[in-house]
Design a protein around this ligand. Structure first.
Ligand SMILES: Nc1ncnc2c1ncn2[C@@H]1O[C@H](COP(=O)(O)OP(=O)(O)OP(=O)(O)O)[C@@H](O)[C@H]1O
Ligand SMILES: [Mg+2]
Length: 333
């Protein structure tokens, strides 16, 4: 019998907190002059006592509305920002110490920022990373060819970055982020602004990286399709507080315990009385309703008896809708 050892988490955050202190500029020229004489400082609590562990090889989605504290969290994890209080260990390091041994084991990709030099081909930036991270030529060549294949960007490596499209550039960004073989990848909205095809390519690439290399991934995205495609676990943060940490399925089940059922018939039907359903809507030959999750089977049976069916579709509530409900409820509290 093999014994199972619980591996220590690669990311351990306990009461992680960030308060920004910033200088409030007064309006107008007079205001600017006054600001020079007397500076007024304000503070903003961006991340508020957040506690979580992430295990090696997990892909976790960090979700929340604008201003929730997602980017701030990723910046603390990757060592770009000091924490205000709390404990944070990533791969056994304190990220803000920015030790080389730490930085070479992680990568941060921000959808809205580039780490590539704009005026030269991406290969130049990759070579810089080779030096920075002390990669051997063999290791570098192997990584470049593997990543170029997965991303289908071999033909772009020697093109000036400014001449590439947004989708192509994001693929090159991912390549630059991964060329040193980081164990953890922090992604801040990596698909922002991309078309549906490019988004799908980026998602499947990230899934491959996780599967082939065992890379741990923490990703933020406002696109729920990204999250559904990649993450079995999500953390929801709102006003800096962690509101949910668990399975995506479980979130859907508890937030919206009902199934959406849509039946299309060959001819209009008389719905009459159906058991265990709510929100029945009939339009022409189509009947839409919500059914209790555990009674969905019985509801379908009733529907098949109403008349000849052309199509029957059962779905969970849209995760997009669930998020909207969650955030609206909180902001109106
Ligand atoms: N440099 C800064 N100085 C002061 N306040 C900041 C700074 N950066 C962010 N904030 C504030 O901290 C809070 C959290 O911001 P953060 O960028 O982490 O949110 P986010 O969840 O990434 O939002 P989005 O989905 O819009 O990217 C916001 O209220 C924001 O205004
Ligand atoms: Mg952000």
């Amino acid at each position: 019998m093999t014994s199972v050892h619980a591996l220590p988490p690669v990311i351990a955050a306990h009461d992680l907190t960030k308060t920004y202190t910033f200088h409030q500029q007064r309006a107008g020229l007079g205001g600017a002059l006054k600001s020079l004489v007397r500076r007024t400082y304000e503070t903003r609590l961006a991340v508020d006592r957040v506690t979580f562990d992430i295990g090696r090889g997990e892909v976790v989605g960090l979700l929340g509305p604008n201003g929730a504290g997602k980017t701030t969290t990723l910046k603390m994890l990757s060592g770009l920002l000091y924490t205000t209080s709390g404990d944070l260990q990533v791969l056994g390091h304190t990220p803000s110490a920015r030790k080389h041994e730490y930085l070479r084991r992680i990568a941060l990709v921000m959808g809205q920022k580039t780490m590539l030099w704009w005026d030269v081909p991406a290969m130049e930036s990759l070579l810089l990373h080779k030096d920075m991270y002390g990669l051997s030529t063999t290791e570098f060549d192997r990584n470049v060819s593997e990543l170029a294949d997965l991303l289908e960007v071999g033909h772009l490596l020697n093109v000036q970055v400014r001449k590439t499209s947004l989708g192509e550039r994001m693929k090159l960004e991912l390549m630059a982020a991964l060329v040193h073989g980081p164990e953890i990848l922090f992604l801040d909205e990596p698909t922002i602004g991309l078309d549906v095809v490019a988004k799908a390519r980026v998602r499947s690439f990230l899934a491959d990286v996780n599967r082939l290399r065992g890379t741990t991934i923490l990703i933020t995205s406002h696109d729920m399709d990204d999250i559904e495609a990649l993450c079995s676990r999500v953390m929801i943060i709102d006003h800096g507080r962690l509101q949910y940490d668990g399975g995506l399925d479980e979130l859907v089940r508890t937030a919206r315990p009902r199934k959406l059922v849509r039946a299309t018939y060959a001819a209009p039907v008389d719905v009459g009385q159906l058991d265990g359903v709510t929100d029945v809507e009939v339009s022409g030959t189509t009947v839409e309703l919500e059914a209790d999750r555990d009674r969905a089977g019985a509801v379908m049976e009733q529907l098949t008896r109403l008349g000849p069916l052309v199509d029957l579709d059962v779905a969970d509530a849209d995760i997009e809708d669930i998020m909207r409900d969650l955030f609206q409820r909180r902001s109106s509290l």
